[in-house]
Design a binder for this molecule. Structure first.
Ligand SMILES: C[S@@+](CC[C@H](N)C(=O)[O-])C[C@H]1O[C@@H](n2cnc3c(N)ncnc32)[C@H](O)[C@@H]1O
Length: 288
């Protein structure tokens, strides 16, 4: 774990033990009533453009003394730089910037559920140690979450787990952020759904099994291998990489035609930057 900051203040290390069996309130007003003063803010920061920050996020950043950034190994220097820039611009008082490496995850387990459970347990222990060390009683810290915490992010699940361990009393709230899905739609100037139609959000891994039955608009995230070659070539694809960032790339068209081009552009951009994050929308051909 690495602690830095533009103007670091000493860690206070005050620990407040939570009595066994006490439930953890979710809101700060409850927290105050029950005398729980250690606060955590889970702040969605958008997808790489500091201007994605909402006014609510900017106000929340003014309250924090420590900022936690969890590096998942795939995160690259560019992503860390965005988080640092956000803190330098929007955290007005002295703060600590706490970077930690996420525990390693077994990528080819025989028992998938057990492996994820063990990984989450290790992460909960890490989060608990960081909170305990960096946020004293009466203090406030923040987890900066890429995009929005509600979408393919485990920060909230891990904090629930820390609360359930029952060692630390803390209250937390969530500040929503702009997701890569919204940044994709904005980049292409499209609505995600057809009029009155559903939107299905899924992962590249799940797409390998085909589109969901009746899928009209499908958003695909976490697809490192572009699992779309087996799909109907008459689908329309709206693809975006580095959404919100200066490197942003957008491509759209009939899947059968633009799919190979996306694959080529993606490989080239990935080689140039050393990393890539991309998201796409697949739209079924219009019914006659
Ligand atoms: C672990 S998920 C996090 C999603 C995030 N919580 C959100 O609200 O967008 C990571 C995936 O989000 C998408 N993503 C995140 N940032 C992106 C960006 N700047 N451009 C394109 N896709 C992005 C990619 O599909 C990536 O594989």
């Amino acid at each position: 774990m690495k602690v830095t900051g533009s103007n670091p203040v000493p860690a206070t290390n005050l620990i407040r033990e939570k009595p066994a069996g006490t439930s953890i309130p979710a809101g700060f007003s409850h927290a105050r009533q029950e005398g729980i003063l250690r606060r955590i803010r889970v702040i969605g920061i958008g997808t790489g453009n500091p201007e994605h920050l909402t006014l609510q996020a900017v106000a929340a950043l003014k309250t924090v003394e420590a900022v936690f950034v969890l590096d998942k190994g795939t995160d690259k220097a560019d992503l860390l730089r965005v988080r640092r820039e956000i803190c330098e611009r929007f955290v007005p008082k002295p703060y600590r910037f706490v970077e930690a490496q996420d525990p390693e995850r077994d990528r080819s387990p025989t028992d998938y559920a057990a492996a994820v459970d063990a990984w989450h347990a290790a992460r909960a222990a890490l989060y608990e140690a960081m909170i305990e060390r960096e946020i004293g009683e009466g203090a406030c810290g923040a987890f900066l979450v890429w995009g929005d915490p509600s979408l393919y992010d485990s920060t909230l699940r891990i904090l629930e787990r820390v609360a359930a361990r029952g060692r630390l009393a803390f209250a937390y709230d969530v500040v929503p952020g702009i997701t890569s899905v919204q940044a994709l739609a904005a980049g292409h100037r499209i609505a995600l759904n057809r009029i009155g139609g559903p939107v299905h959000i899924t992962t590249g891994r799940a797409l390998a099994g085909g589109l969901a039955p009746q899928a009209d608009s499908t958003v695909v995230m976490l697809d490192g291998d572009l699992h779309f070659d087996h799909l109907d070539p008459d689908l329309t694809i709206y693809w975006g990489a580095y959404l919100g960032m200066p490197e942003e790339i957008l491509l759209a068209g009939r899947l059968g035609e633009v799919g190979p081009e996306i694959r080529r552009v993606r490989a080239e951009a990935r080689a140039r930057h050393g990393w890539i994050m991309d998201t796409y929308l697949l739209r079924a051909p219009a019914a006659d």
